[in-house]
Ligand binder design. Structure first.
Ligand SMILES: Cc1cc2nc3c(=O)[nH]c(=O)nc-3n(C[C@H](O)[C@H](O)[C@H](O)COP(=O)(O)OP(=O)(O)OC[C@H]3O[C@@H](n4cnc5c(N)ncnc54)[C@H](O)[C@@H]3O)c2cc1C
Length: 575
């Protein structure tokens, strides 16, 4: 089936819906989502969204910008960080006007709480910068944006899975191809402008906070079409996942006063971050947890430590962290009011993704040359405001600030440009891929390959990495890629064929994993979330640059682009 829209947005999370809200009513816009929109992963975000409102104590956008740059271990593009910190304030007010039910101060202003790495006066101590709705901030964002998009009459294609991106020979984006999951039918969406807002790829790891659908589809599809991915080696592990399950216990727990303790009961962050303690950035806290475990100070000699909330008033736990409290009671049978909670780092957030400029335009090289008509925003994009390590609450604000900017730029673009003709047989590749998976009669199972992929990524591309481990990982990925060509699925139907969907997603995960492994092996330094035990020091002389990885007919190719530094010269990162 053929559709024609001025603008097509792929992804109905915070980034996609924010962009859609800018375009709706002003041009003809469609949102395609493989999930029903309010099931998008943004809905799982818990603790807060950063903006230097200064409602509870003094704060300034430039302090927010500084923290973002320092938190990202100086790999952040500072022009983008300035946009983020400045425009965050207005974006929050806009959300408030659209009906977002923020927690309030006693005098009725938007309440704010502490979060890791957010400080007053350039690092003097924690500041209350995270606006929030209990521990359901993402849920409320998603509901607010979805309602706004519906009110503005955006056309939704729910449970449609993008399979291909359409580009002309001279590199202009002309649309996407998607499969209607309900019927298996292939649809061509012809567009003047396309926004990819397909979220992250946490499912590449075994222990993760990410939902099943976080499989990097948009990144992988663009990568297959020769578009580079930026800084893929930087993948964030959040310190507090429920032991073995990875389910997230938000940093808001520590923002409200929670403490990490090792098996000896010590508040071990005193050793690693004497000023910010448990509210140090996530890369540092995750490493500190493993260092404690390696030193034999895990709980009962095992690979976990405690999150301690027991000293907090019960009403703070129940009312400001209700979902987390519920998770702990449901999944562990423990009560956070009186029990210590076993936690371990969990794969959480992709700092890397599709390179974009501050207007969301996808770029292809060190000169930031844009692809006409192609945009990206949210976790699948790399603008890059998170550099080597994202600060908590900075993703939600990234979605709304850069989702909004991308939407506005797209509007201008669709007004100034006409439709480009589609390539001949635009759905050829997507159809061939689906048919291949349905018909292949191999002896390999999707679930088995995925499990081995996730295990290998966890072991060799997790919090600690080495050259040898990454080479071993590349070899394993080669083997898995090979076995993937011999998969067989049992369900041959076209109706809600989730076996088919999972097989397609596994292909995307493999692409992302290969990009991570190659980018990580090349970067011979430690910075932010990328910690190389064989190169434990940050090396600005050689590595203060962004990685670009491109798939070519000759294999994966690495190139680099400079980091934009405007206000803050790189310094050693201490907290
Ligand atoms: C448990 C948890 C808690 C978090 N808490 C916070 C927090 O407190 N503060 C903060 O700032 N950040 C937080 N984050 C991070 C933040 O929530 C995410 O980075 C962010 O929500 C991603 O939003 P997005 O719009 O980019 O993508 P998502 O919300 O993941 O949406 C992706 C969309 O793309 C669609 N899609 C994907 N592939 C396809 C395809 N092939 N075809 C069609 N559609 C497709 C999906 O259906 C979905 O609609 C948290 C993350 C997790 C996992």
């Amino acid at each position: 089936m053929y559709h024609r829209f001025d603008a097509v947005i792929v992804g109905a999370g915070g980034a996609g819906l924010m962009a859609a809200a800018q375009l709706a009513g002003r041009c003809n816009v469609a949102v395609i989502s493989k999930l029903y929109p309010v099931r998008s992963h943004t809905g799982a975000a818990q603790g807060g969204i950063a903006a230097a409102l200064g409602n509870v104590e003094e704060d300034h956008w430039i302090w927010h910008m500084f923290d973002t740059v320092k938190g990202g271990d100086y790999l952040v593009d500072q022009d983008a960080a300035e946009v983020l910190a400045r425009e965050a304030i207005d974006a929050i007010i806009e959300l408030e006007h659209w009906g977002f039910p923020f927690n309030r101060t006693p005098d009725g202003r938007i309440d704010q709480r502490r979060f890791g790495g957010h400080t007053r006066n350039f690092g003097e101590g924690p500041v209350r910068r995270a606006c929030y709705a209990a521990d359901r901030t993402g849920h409320m964002i998603l509901q607010t944006l979805y309602q706004t998009a519906l009110k503005r009459q955006v056309t939704f294609f729910d449970e449609f899975m993008m399979l291909d991106l359409l580009l002309t020979d001279d590199g202009v984006c002309t649309g996407v191809v998607a499969m209607d999951i309900e019927t298996g039918e292939i649809h061509v969406f012809h567009a003047k402008a396309v926004l990819l807002a397909t979220g992250g790829f946490g499912r590449v790891y075994k222990v993760t906070s990410n939902a099943l659908a976080a499989t990097g589809d948009g990144d992988a599809i663009a990568f297959r079409r020769g578009i580079p991915l930026e800084d893929m080696e930087f993948y964030q592990f959040h310190p507090t996942g429920i032991y073995k399950m990875g389910i997230l216990l938000s940093e808001a727990c520590r923002g409200e006063g929670g403490i990490l303790r090792n098996g000896l009961g010590e508040r071990f962050m005193e050793r690693y971050a004497p000023t910010l303690l448990d509210l140090a950035p996530r890369d540092m806290v995750s490493r500190a947890i493993y260092q404690e475990i390696r030193a034999g100070r895990g709980v009962d000699g095992k690979d976990y430590v405690w999150l301690d909330l027991t000293h907090l008033p019960a009403d703070v736990i129940e009312t400001k962290l209700p979902d987390i409290t519920d998770f702990v009671r449901t999944y562990l049978g423990l009560d956070p009011v009186k029990d210590l909670i076993p936690i371990q780092p969990t794969a959480h957030y992709a700092m890397g993704g599709l390179p974009t400029d501050v207007d969301g335009r996808v770029t292809v090289d060190a000169q930031n040359t844009p692809i006409p008509g192609l945009y990206a925003a949210g976790e699948c994009a790399c603008v890059s405001v998170h550099g080597a390590n994202r600060l908590g609450t900075n993703s939600l604000v990234d979605l709304v600030v850069f989702g909004r900017r991308a939407g506005r730029h797209m509007l201008q673009f669709v007004r100034e440009n006409d439709f480009h003709p589609l390539p001949k047989e635009p759905d050829y590749r997507a159809r061939a891929e689906v048919e291949w998976i349905l018909e292949n009669e191999g002896n390999e199972r999707v679930a088995q390959i995925r499990a081995e992929l996730q295990e290998a990524m966890m072991t060799d591309a997790g919090v600690f990495r080495t050259g040898d481990g990454l080479k071993r990982l590349q070899q394993k990925l080669g083997e898995l890629r090979n076995r993937y060509t011999r998969i067989r699925i049992d369900d041959k139907s076209r109706t809600f064929n989730m076996e088919l969907v999972e097989a397609l997603e596994l292909g995307f995960l493999l692409d992302c994993a290969e990009a991570i492994a190659a980018s990580a092996l090349a970067r011979e330094e430690s910075r932010g979330a990328h910690y190389r035990e064989d190169f434990p020091v940050r090396d600005d002389a050689n590595w203060l640059k962004h990685t670009l990885i491109t798939r070519t007919s000759g294999g994966l190719q690495l190139s680099y682009k400079p980091v934009v530094i405007t206000r803050f010269e790189p310094k050693e990162r201490v907290y």
